[in-house]
Design a protein around this ligand. Structure first.
Ligand code: NAP
Length: 310
């Protein structure tokens, strides 16, 4: 894939992947480690995280024998705001550069669950967590881009965004929960966030793009709800996680995408998302409401920068 998609040598680069212990995130982490990056995994479970860390480290060393000890593991439940804040602080203290942030962790939940912050969990993990983590790491991303010319934010979205509109009257899914609607809205939120972020980061060297990885056989379908049970019957036909990760890796590291920002990809191909995903007013409103959900101050006068945000 390296040659075909002009993937860069990432020697010296630091790449963070959330949800790196499983599925598309683990395959992406292996790909980035193979390209020579210092790989920073964010996982919620120590045992699953350590097992995957050993696997990814072995891949790194096979590709580059001098790359011992190049895969780090950080634990955080991304559904708990306090843990995301503290993760951001730790990462900023520990790394002096950040070339690529892959917002990959995600859930599809059969029934409505709430986080300790009282937020519907799909919205919290799939949208608010990447929104917050990206903001907390923006200073590092910008500094890196200032030195190297570019840093990238890649968010894993889904074609599931096409079946829904964002219901601003009920972002917390309090009046009637539907798993596919909640999931689709969170994935639409990923694209609106990417568009707004790209707009706000114009001329900083930090790019923001998002990707549908394809339909992939992963733990995403492990739920006991009717939809996940049905989906599991067809996993034979799905992509394997390595195939699913190819688009994510392309966005994270291809030379083809130097300077490309604010785009939605289906795998490695730039495509148009749904008309709702282009709604600039909705993107700006989602930004403000996300700050509000996180208990952060909404700047009195919105300007074109993210300064004043978290
Ligand atoms: N599979 C598909 O067909 C498909 C299609 C379109 C988009 N996507 C997107 O691809 C991304 C990766 O999903 P996947 O298919 O690879 O599923 P997966 O195998 O279930 O991986 C999801 C990852 O997210 C982590 N995660 C979930 N909740 C978390 C939390 N609260 N805090 C920290 N980490 C958390 C999981 O950790 P644990 O292992 O501890 O649960 C796991 O590492 C998701 O954003 C998903 O929406 C998948």
């Amino acid at each position: 894939m390296e040659d075909r998609y002009n993937l860069k040598d990432l020697e010296g680069a630091v790449c963070i992947v959330t949800g790196a212990n499983s599925g598309i995130g683990k395959a992406t982490a292996k790909g980035l480690a193979r390209l020579g990056a210092r790989l920073v995994m964010v996982c919620r479970n120590q045992e699953r995280g350590r097992d995957a860390q050993a696997e990814i480290q072995a891949v790194a060393e096979r590709a580059r024998p001098s790359h011992t000890d190049t895969v780090d593991l950080h634990l955080a439940d991304l559904g708990v705001q306090e843990e995301v804040f503290s993760l951001g602080e730790t990462l900023r203290a520990e790394y002096d550069r950040l070339d690529v942030l892959v917002n990959n962790a995600g859930v599809l939940l059969g029934s409505r669950e709430e986080t300790p912050d009282g937020i519907e969990k799909t919205f919290a993990v799939n949208h608010l967590a990447p929104f917050l983590l990206t903001h907390l790491l923006l200073p590092l991303l910008k500094e890196t881009a200032g030195r190297t010319g570019e840093a990238r934010v890649v968010t894993v979205s889904s074609e599931a965004h096409r079946s829904v509109s964002l219901n601003f009257d009920d972002l917390n899914a309090e009046s009637g929960y539907n798993a596919l609607r909640a999931y689709g809205q969170s994935k639409l939120a990923n694209i609106l966030f990417t568009h707004e972020l790209a707009r706000r980061l114009r001329d900083t060297g930090v790019t923001a793009n998002c990707v549908h990885p394809g339909v992939v056989a992963t733990n995403l379908w492990r739920g006991s709800d009717w939809f996940s049970r049905l989906a599991r019957l067809f996993t034979w036909f799905y992509k394997d996680p390595e195939d699913g990760a190819s688009g994510v890796l392309y966005l994270a590291s291809s030379e083809d995408l130097d300077g490309v920002t604010g785009q939605y990809f289906d795998g490695t191909e730039a495509v148009n998302p749904s008309p709702d995903a282009y709604d600039e007013k909705a993107a700006a409103r989602l930004w403000r409401e996300s700050l509000d959900f996180l208990g952060l101050e909404v700047p009195a006068e919105e300007d074109d920068t993210v300064e004043g945000s978290p």
